[in-house]
Design a protein. Structure first.
Lengths: 88, 382, 320
């Protein structure tokens, strides 16, 4: 695995864990990475805000509201985080 | 001495089962501190003391189920010494019915469980509700093994009884509302452009953890509008209206495993947006973890339901008795909108009011919705 | 070696090693005792130390108390427990009290042995189990050896004790063969003993009922019920801790005692369990005791009146 790929796999695991904390009842293994997280996990704006807060705490990525659409899917969220971490 | 009674934690609650005491006998308790955890069909609820003092005595044990209004603890108020022949003052965490002691005897009789001592102890340790366990011992006694098996099943599938219980509660409350309350419904569309622009600016300045949700603006605006039309902030009990001095806004929170719960933000009109946001977040988290507090569940004076998250544009809600009004919000949609002779695209939300015609009339309801609209146009003043 | 021989061996040992020890009782010398426990001792130790007494329990138990006060180590054999009632005044009012009433100046190192229990078709006047009554009285110790080893060791332990000790020998045990280590010396007379380990129910018993409980445990094991069998060994002072520890494991208790249940020692054990282990119980404490009738003579009626293996098994099954 390339270092980039390793990093991506790690990030995905982190994102899934944070989602799991917010929606403990949800089955994350069946999450489709290209579809809306909110629709699939039935999470509302409060849950989503808690997810954004968790991203900030865990990865020190403060997602502005204008970027919320970019982290709407699992793949999108991982890609967004990768990009943000590179440009620190 | 003050008697602490089993509080009424919802219009349909008749009995409460004590899960645990949070303090030991002799401990000090401050007003607002959690004294006990009580199980109702709807949730496990933390009960707050409405008096400061020292716990003198507990009258029931964890696992016991008693009718609301039953004295469950005695608290020695500050400055009192222990005496025996004082007449205790009734206190409660919520409005209660007068305790009918003769009735208590018969009711405790009927709920007396056939359970072995060790099974009872184990049930308390494992958090198993023994009334939901079928006894397989001699004469149907619930044995240690029955509790162990129940604990195994419990970990296998998460609490199906809670679900059923909550469904029954919702069914009873909603059926009562539709049976007894002559609802009238009003609807208005509100331009949220100013509110959302203000919010976006505001949130840009804030750290992630301090961001506001637009829902908080709606809550605050509803609370402020109620000051102008106070008859919607009331309850209908014993064939008469009881105006409520504080504005406690119940928020319908859907639970992921099904069902809903509507804990209240107390004194919502007096709280800043930041305070409301913080309480709101805390309350949603605890509600979803099954940890609502007694005052939150018993004291709501009006309810807001926001189905916009689910994508619907309007909701005509059913009032939660004994409240007399419910405010619904739909999804924010972009629509063509004419302002001052100019057509533009604006974010629009549909607000609805379901109100009890025994208490208010459409005219007053209309004033409420227009006040709501006006308040949301001045978000900086909320 | 038999239970009877073990007691005899212990007494012989004591007679050999301690000149203060002597045995007295009805028919203990030429006849060798009603249950042949002392057979041969008269020949070995002479009429001075193995003495016949008149048929007066009050007199010879009182004489034993006097001898003990005077520095001797008497072993008094009362033929059977029912006759001991004639000596109750000496036992309860003198033997049990004098250390206390003399402020500790007098001690009564007396050993009284007697046969107890039913099951031998001796009918209503010779089948009692009064050891529970004696256990009511502070100031004396009550031993109930149920094994050959205890039969030996408890006699020596009783002789070593500075206070009156009463040994109740279930008469059906005398011919019982068992393991025996004659180098073991005096037995520990402070602890009950778990004779069989199990996790589902505690069978609490002593003396003549121990064998029945072990058989019942064997039968229950075939049904996958693991019974723990506790041999109390000493009724006073009662080792309640061993009972409680067992109940904390099994959560069920059955007390098996040949005495009648009303006002019985089984009732006392039951009460102490309620007082100290209520929260551990998964079922009410059960008792298997004798039917509340004067013991019948007819074999089938006596069998029906006494606790039997089947009754113990049924009681346990009914608790599960």
């Amino acid at each position: 695995m390339t270092p980039e790929k390793t990093k991506e796999v790690e990030l995905q695991a982190t994102v899934l864990r944070l989602l799991g904390d917010i929606a403990p009842e949800a089955d994350l293994t069946s999450l489709n990475p290209v579809l809306s997280i909110r629709d699939q996990l039935d999470i509302d704006s409060m849950d989503f805000l808690n997810f954004v807060i968790a991203l900030d705490k865990e990865l020190h990525i403060a997602v502005p509201e204008t970027d919320y659409t970019k982290i709407a899917t699992l793949d999108g969220c991982v890609a967004y985080c990768l990009q943000r971490l590179e440009h620190v | 001495m003050a008697n602490f009674v089993m509080p009424k934690l919802g219009a349909d609650m008749n009995m409460g089962r004590l899960l645990s005491w949070s303090k030991n006998i002799g401990d000090r308790i401050e007003r607002g501190e959690i004294i006990a955890e009580v199980h109702t069909d709807k949730a496990d609820i933390e009960i707050e003391s409405f008096i400061s003092g020292v716990i003198e005595k507990y009258l029931i044990e964890p696992g016991e189920e008693v009718p609301i209004g039953t004295v469950i603890a005695i608290i020695r108020k500050d400055g009192e010494v222990t005496t025996t022949n004082e007449t205790p003052v009734e206190i409660a965490a919520a409005p209660t019915v007068a305790p009918d002691l003769s009735k208590r005897e018969t009711m405790t009789e009927t709920v007396r469980l056939h359970i072995s001592p060790v099974a009872k102890k184990l049930a308390a340790e494992l958090g198993i509700d023994p009334t939901q366990v079928k006894g397989t011992g001699p004469g149907g006694r619930i044995t240690r093994e029955d509790i162990e098996n129940a604990a195994k099943t419990k970990t296998e599938k998460p609490a199906p009884d809670r679900q059923t219980g909550m469904r029954q509660i919702i069914a009873a409350a909603m059926a009562r509302a539709k049976r007894e309350i002559p609802h009238y419904y009003l609807r208005t569309t509100i331009d949220l452009k100013r509110a959302l622009d203000w919010l976006a600016q505001e949130n840009e300045k804030r750290s992630v953890a301090d961001r506001l949700l637009y829902g908080v603006l709606l809550i605050k605006a509803v609370a402020m509008a109620l000051r102008e039309v106070p008859e919607l902030n009331a309850t209908w009990e014993n064939e008469q209206v009881n105006p409520k001095p504080s504005i406690n806004v119940g928020i319908a929170i859907s639970l992921r495993q099904g069902g809903l719960i509507a804990p209240a933000l107390l004194d919502a009109d007096k709280k800043s947006l930041d305070e409301l946001m913080q309480k709101f977040r805390d309350m949603v988290q605890r509600a979803r973890a099954g940890r609502s507090r007694s005052s939150e569940l018993s004291d709501a004076t009006i309810t807001i339901t926001n189905l916009g998250e689910q994508g619907v544009e309007e909701v005509f809600g059913i009032i939660y008795p004994p409240q007399v009004a419910l405010v619904g919000f739909g999804k924010i949609v972009e629509r063509p909108w004419a302002v001052n002779g100019m057509l533009g695209v604006r974010p629009i939300i549909t607000a609805t009011l379901s109100a009890d015609h025994r208490v208010s009339d459409g005219h007053r309801g209309g004033l409420f919705l227009s006040a709501l609209d006006r308040l949301l146009q001045e978000p900086e003043n909320l | 070696m038999t239970y009877r021989e073990a007691i005899r061996a212990a007494m012989r040992n004591a007679l050999q090693h301690d000149p203060r020890v002597f045995l007295m009782g009805e028919d203990v010398d030429q006849y060798g005792g009603a249950f042949a426990v002392s057979r041969g001792l008269r020949e070995e130790f002479g009429a001075e130390r193995v003495r016949d007494t008149p048929l007066s329990e009050s007199a010879f138990v009182g004489a034993g108390i006097g001898a003990a006060l005077g520095g001797m180590r008497p072993i008094v054999e009362v033929m059977t427990v029912n006759f001991s009632l004639l000596a109750l005044d000496q036992i309860v009012n003198n033997a049990a009290t004098l250390r206390h009433m003399s402020g500790g100046q007098f001690s009564i190192p007396l050993v009284v042995r007697m046969a107890t229990g039913g099951g031998r078709q001796l009918a209503a006047q010779h089948s009692h189990s009064w050891e529970g009554w004696y256990a009511h009285v502070p100031g004396i110790k009550v031993l109930t050896p149920a094994t050959v080893q205890d039969a030996y060791g408890m006699v020596l332990a009783a002789l070593a004790d500075p206070d009156p000790v009463f040994i109740f020998e279930h008469a059906t045990l005398y011919p019982m063969e068992g393991e025996f280590d004659d180098s073991s010396g005096a037995a520990d007379i402070s602890k009950a003993v778990i004779r069989r380990v199990g996790g589902d129910v505690s069978l609490i018993t002593y003396g003549g009922s121990l064998g029945k409980c072990l058989q019942a445990a064997e039968a229950l094991a075939k049904e996958d019920i693991a019974a723990e069998v506790i041999d109390l060994r000493i009724l006073r002072p009662l080792d309640i801790q061993t009972i409680l520890a067992s109940i904390r494991k099994t959560h069920r208790a059955v007390i098996v005692d040949e005495a009648w249940r009303t006002g019985s020692f089984a009732a006392e054990i039951s009460a102490q369990i309620m007082e100290q282990a209520f929260d551990e119980l998964d079922a009410p404490v059960a008792r298997v005791c004798s039917a509340e009738v004067p013991m019948p003579y007819a074999k089938h009626l006596e069998d029906a009146a006494l606790p039997q293996v089947a009754a113990i098994v049924n009681t346990v099954q009914g608790m599960m």
